[in-house]
Design a protein around this ligand. Sequence first.
Ligand SMILES: *[C@@H]1O[C@H](CO)[C@@H](O)[C@H](O)[C@H]1NC(C)=O
Ligand SMILES: *[C@@H]1O[C@H](CO)[C@@H](O)[C@H](O)[C@H]1NC(C)=O
Ligand SMILES: *[C@@H]1O[C@H](CO)[C@@H](O)[C@H](O)[C@H]1NC(C)=O
Ligand SMILES: *[C@@H]1O[C@H](CO)[C@@H](O)[C@H](O)[C@H]1NC(C)=O
Ligand SMILES: CC(=O)N[C@H]1CO[C@H](CO)[C@@H](O)[C@@H]1O
Length: 579
Amino acid sequence: MLESGNIMTVQLPLKPTCRPCSLLGLLALIIASKCHYTPEPDQQRTLPPGWVSLGRVDPEEELSLTFALRQQNLERLSELVQAVSDPGSPRYGKYLTIEDVAELVRPSPLTLHTVQKWLWAAGARNCNSVTTQDFLTCWLSVRQAELLLPGAEFHRYVGGPAKIHVVRSLRPYQLPQALAPHVDFVGGLHRFPPTSSLRQRPKPQVAGTVGLHFGVTPSVLRERYNLTARDVGSGTTNNSQACAQFLEQYFHDSDLAEFMRLFGGNFAHQASVARVIGKQGRGRAGIEASLDVQYLMSAGANISTWVYSSPGRHEAQEPFLQWLLLLSNESSLPHVHTVSYGDDEDSLSSAYIQRVNTELMKAATRGLTLLFASGDSGAGCWSVSGRHQFRPSFPASSPYVTTVGGTSFQNPFLVTNEVVDYISGGGFSNVFPRPSYQEEAVVQFLNSSPHLPPSSYFNASGRAYPDVAALSDGYWVVSNNVPIPWVSGTSASTPVFGGILSLINEHRILSGHPPLGFLNPRLYQQHGAGLFDVTRGCHESCLNEEVEGQGFCSGPGWDPVTGWGTPNFPALLKILLNP
Ligand SMILES: *[C@@H]1O[C@H](CO)[C@@H](O)[C@H](O)[C@H]1NC(C)=O
Ligand SMILES: *[C@@H]1O[C@H](CO)[C@@H](O)[C@H](O)[C@H]1NC(C)=O
Ligand SMILES: *[C@@H]1O[C@H](CO)[C@@H](O)[C@H](O)[C@H]1NC(C)=O
Ligand SMILES: *[C@@H]1O[C@H](CO)[C@@H](O)[C@H](O)[C@H]1NC(C)=O
Ligand SMILES: CC(=O)N[C@H]1CO[C@H](CO)[C@@H](O)[C@@H]1O
């Protein structure tokens, strides 16, 4: 809680150049804009397709805004990520507690004081902080918020598949110049909830039926990835795993039970989710939520599973941001988190992207493994001043997460080798430079791929993703008591890979080793050992003459379509079980 304290004055510590702001009257108003700045000028603020405005919000309505306070010691934080995640380092696996992280990044007393004073003066009384003290969530009336953030104008919008309501401002907000050293950005104004790109693809044609399977089920996955009935959680450790939902999507325990009745016959599993963080509404189950829960609990079978259910359900909150706040406010968390949230990198402000990336670094120092889906549009495509380019997605493009791409069976009805699933997201970041752990692998790919797209389509110096992959095509999911076939997307691959890492963590914990934590430095050092290399197929991209719908192509070793490949559990366990 932000204590009200005894700060009663409303004067801000203004910079000398901003002195005219303190004048009264019209003149001050005219000059005032000079003393303000726009923290997120580059944030996309257009209404996403399928959303409509319901008009301006009543000035007396209350809304909740999130203030990202400037952190300290970020250089040191980045060194620590490297030290705890690099098997060659003496600090490998010696993770930080949330208190250690707080000690390191906590905003300076000046920052805390300045921001509190400003919020208090604006009438924000009800503010909550997190353990690391670098976020504040405050309740204000719309009137107060619009005065606090000049330029903002709050409207209510309805849209998305679940026709949810959100309160947002499509106009940019400003902050007093004096806050520039203290606030990264204010959350809850511009970004709309993400949409799922999961799709149901038509069933492929099939001739004979002997010995065939009709879509991906837990037993098909467990066969392909060499999991035996013994490869399940022992129930004797405090191991756990989690998936996060941001779409006002719910799962039903009855769907999980039906799914396991249909498909879970040959492996021990847990009957229900161990913990739901946030509120589960009473609405219909969503396919995305059902899929995540059912496959995380089938790959990471018999391991305690948490679900983060649409955190931040107030209309003015950004669910992904609220999930990050939850991570910074909880000392005991599952070791593995799978997330299918993503946005176009270019649609997000640089202030937001950099800050989210710092949050991902904080998680890495704590030994959390964060897996993100690589996206379902291949290399992506957009046009910049009339020229086509591929379109990277974030947080898939963050150097501090493990990104999971997608594959299909070569023969869709047999447990065979995997090839690229053409939707598998992948490419090169335009924001983050290539991290050192992938230098060798990416250079090798760029020098040897026979089908490289024109260099104007991608930024070869950026962080390249995905890092790994798993099947993403033709899944069975039970949703609202109905088994649904041919569900496809990297949102399916991500919980599968996550569950397999949880099984490996189980063995590590039983052997007295720390959990895997941020995997990439180790994964690249081992050159993808323990994974099936996917060497055939290309993913989709721009539909123009120059590239004819083709993005990158997979080949031997790492590639920006399927990363190092898909899990071969016994081999991966062997190589990742070493301390
Ligand atoms: C963080 O946790 C504390 C203690 O549980 C709680 O009081 C506070 O409201 C939480 N912060 C946020 C932003 O939810
Ligand atoms: C795992 O599966 C592959 C392909 O299905 C097979 O070739 C291999 O022998 C299996 N076992 C191990 C231990 O890798
Ligand atoms: C599955 O977990 C439970 C505890 O949650 C444990 O009692 C049981 O032995 C485990 N099953 C197997 C096959 O290890
Ligand atoms: C390419 O990526 C680098 C970071 O690796 C970035 O600084 C640069 O602006 C990017 N170029 C374009 C055209 O986006
Ligand atoms: C992360 C996690 O699952 N922690 C659990 C460890 O065990 C204690 C006691 O059973 C639980 O309260 C924690 O939630």
